[in-house]
Design a protein around this ligand. Structure first.
Ligand code: RB5
Length: 143
């Protein structure tokens, strides 16, 4: 599975933790930045990640800002992206099983290292159920 990951300054520290986890677990990924805690604008990182996923260059995206809100709003502007702001493993699992979410958004200033790593682990391993009712709903979103 190929993963695109990006963050603004509010998500930078958590991105470092998540990329270390991805490395440890031998996931293939590209880090789209930012690379420090210097203030930047989250759309400059959220759009490239979301667009790369939408083009099919990556299977999933992970975006992090302070609250997770800004990157999630941005990513959902890109056609074909189903970005979800997740604070717990229940939502992580359901967003994949029911919503076939392809971009995970996290709050760098709200989640502990352990919480965030658990969410990422669950979200990456959970497959879309493929159930007809969920497919129907996703098609309605697309239309
Ligand atoms: C940056 O201070 C902050 O606004 C940003 O990281 C994000 O939380 C926006 O939704």
């Amino acid at each position: 599975m190929k993963i695109a990951i990006g963050a603004d300054h509010g998500g930078y520290k958590l991105k470092e933790i998540i990329t270390a986890y991805l490395k440890r677990k031998k996931f293939e990924f590209k880090d789209f930045g930012t690379y420090s805690e210097e203030s930047v604008d989250y759309p400059d990182y959220a759009y490239p990640v979301a667009e790369a996923v939408a083009r099919g260059e990556y299977d999933r995206g992970i975006l992090i800002c302070g609250s997770g809100v800004g990157v999630c709003i941005t990513a959902n502007k890109v056609k074909g992206i189903r970005a979800v702001l997740v604070h717990d493993t229940y939502t992580a699992k359901q967003s994949r099983e029911h919503g076939d979410a392809n971009v995970l958004c996290l709050a760098g200033r709200r989640l502990s290292k352990a919480q965030a790593t658990k969410i990422v682990a669950v979200w990456l391993k959970t497959e879309f159920s493929g159930d007809e009712r969920h497919l129907r709903r996703i098609r309605k979103i697309e239309r």
